[in-house]
Design a protein around this ligand. Structure first.
Ligand code: 1PR
Length: 524
């Protein structure tokens, strides 16, 4: 029996599912007494340090946790469950951590995108039963902006390189904690959880095949555009330049839960669901998407993102719901990240008009509670050609692909409602403003390229990537494995997403990875 400390923020369901998939039962901590009687305690966490410690205090769990740790009883911390063990964090100055380990949690101060999102390796520093079975070359899923800096180097179990060498897991006696997410690291992560659940006495030696420096892999993401068809069934569909109808009917490319599982088994590094008519619906009443997430997270142990309809709204009974409520429901149903499309454009417009950061927008509120890394902005831009950069007050680029009248310049117009409405805002400015408001990643679609199989819009991706310091997902237009190589060699995008070629089995994920394997760092 595993006791799981759920302090109320983030995707705990995935951890429960991962443990249960190993044949173990899980009981949740409801009060300090449950910690006192736990046999093996798992403390997963996402979100922000200050919010986490405030909830632990409110629930009266801090003393029980400190006593559990001091007694050296079996403990596995994950992500924030690692950071909580230290004295304090730069994320929340003045707020005390559990203080079991001496040292601080610091923000990455590096020349790379922050947060670090994706699959990176570990360098094992000492023998441990937890890492039994590893060869030293494996990659695990990380998503964080802060890392721990212990005062005592004896507790370091692994380190990882991301701009600097940082501590990616610690171990002292029976107290172990990882910065990476085993529950999101595929079968390898599950085997690590198994090692914790069924402890072995033998400590695995340090593997001999370790690299000197680990490298973050470029991610390959499978995207599932989901909506109801005219018969009312929830289906995965796919558009050509966002038009999902063929001969009048919504294209049906399969069932969301089945396809997500297939992509996990085929090696997708992440799976994204976009509820493409979400802007029309009220997601909390749109229970099928929640059920899709719940079902998917039972069998898919890589990160899941959900987008569509995440905004404040008033239901038909006049009851107000906040975007934060919607996001919370998605996180509790198995999502690791939420993605905001239409509402992000409206939020950015308002910010540009007033210049005031109110703290009340969906981006600010959700990132405050769940951390920046959980908030993705999905951008749906369309090219608008101009003859001169002075024609419009937008970020204009010089393009190698002139417009219909031979125009040599263009800007990327943001749209809302799935491309149905163009706005007076460009994609570069949108991305920049959303980062400022707390977004952690940009999902950069391109309506002109969507479904064309003609390759990613490299000019768009470079323009946006140069304007932000958060990771960018290149999306729209993938037609071959070579297109992924092109996007990773000609832009700094951290990941690339495709839909049509995967759904139609034209280019399987494995073929993309095989093509990239000697050319760019990927997770095999
Ligand atoms: O505006 O917050 O409710 O979110 C709605 C979400 O649904 C947005 O993220 C928006 O991008 C998405 N969406 C809305 N309408 C469509 C549509 O296709 N009619 N899909 C749509 C966006 C684009 C990608 C696609 C890539 C790769 N789909 O997700 O998967 O272009 O396709 P490809 O590899 O086949 O070229 P809100």
């Amino acid at each position: 029996m595993i006791t799981l400390l759920d302090y109320g923020a983030g995707n705990v369901l995935s951890v429960i599912n991962a443990i249960q998939s190993q044949g173990e039962t899980v009981t949740l901590v409801k009060s300090a007494a449950d910690i006192e009687k736990a046999e093996r305690l798992v403390f997963p966490g996402v979100g922000a340090f200050g919010n986490m410690m405030a909830i632990l205090q409110q629930k009266g769990l801090v003393k029980a946790l400190q006593a559990y740790l001091a007694a050296d009883r079996p403990f596995l911390g994950i992500c924030m469950g690692l950071q909580a063990l230290f004295e304090e964090s730069e994320e929340a100055p003045g707020i005390k951590g559990l203080g079991f380990f001496q040292g601080k949690v610091r923000r990455f101060d590096i020349n790379l995108s922050v947060p670090q999102i994706g699959w990176n390796g570990i360098n094992i520093k000492k023998p441990s039963a937890l890492l039994n079975g590893l060869q030293g070359e494996e990659k695990f899923y990380f998503v964080h902006s802060y890392h721990v800096v212990p005062e005592n180097s004896d507790i370091i179990l692994t380190t990882t390189n991301y701009g600097i060498e940082f501590v990616s897991s610690v171990k002292k006696g029976n107290i172990q904690a990882t910065q990476f997410h085993p529950e999101k690291s595929g079968t390898l992560g599950l085997s690590l959880l198994r090692n914790f659940i069924n402890p072995q006495t033998a400590e695995a030696p340090i593997p001999s095949r370790q690299q000197d420096k680990t490298v973050l892999a470029k991610r390959i993401i499978a995207c599932l555009d989901v909506r109801s068809n005219d018969q009312g069934d929830l289906v995965v569909t796919k558009g050509d330049q966002y038009d999902v109808r063929e001969d009048g009917d919504v294209r049906n490319l399969g069932q969301p839960v089945d396809l997500a599982r297939r992509y996990y088994e085929e090696g997708a590094d992440e799976v994204t669901f976009l509820n493409i008519t979400g802007f029309r619906d009220f997601p909390l009443e749109d229970m099928p998407m929640i059920e899709v997430l719940k079902q998917t997270s039972k069998n898919v142990f890589v990160p899941l993102t959900i987008g569509g309809g995440i905004k404040d709204y008033t239901d038909k009974n006049g009851i107000q719901h906040s975007a934060l409520d919607v996001a919370t429901e998605y996180f509790r149903s198995g999502a690791d990240k939420i993605s905001i499309g239409s509402d992000a454009v409206l939020i950015a417009e308002e910010f540009l008009k007033t210049g005031v950061q109110t703290g009340q927008s969906a981006i600010e509120k959700i990132s405050y509670v769940y951390g920046n890394q959980a908030v993705v902005i999905s951008v749906d831009p369309r090219r608008v050609y101009v003859t001169s950069p002075d024609d419009v007050p937008h970020k204009v680029i010089e393009t190698q692909f002139p417009g219909p009248q031979g125009e040599k310049f263009c800007w990327y117009q943001c749209t809302i409602k799935g491309g149905r409405e163009g706005r007076d805002l460009d994609a570069v400015t949108l991305a920049h403003v959303c980062e400022k408001l707390g977004a952690g990643e940009i999902l950069l679609n391109c309506i002109d390229k969507d479904g064309t199989n003609s390759g990613f819009d490299i000019e768009l991706i470079n323009a946006v990537k140069n304007a932000v310091t958060i990771p960018v997902i290149a999306s729209s237009g993938a037609g071959s494995a070579a297109h992924f190589h092109q996007v990773f060699s000609e832009t700094e995008a951290e990941s690339a997403l495709a839909a049509g070629i995967f759904h139609r089995r034209e280019v399987p994920i494995a073929a993309v990875k095989a093509y990239l394997s000697q050319k760019v760092e990927i997770r095999l």
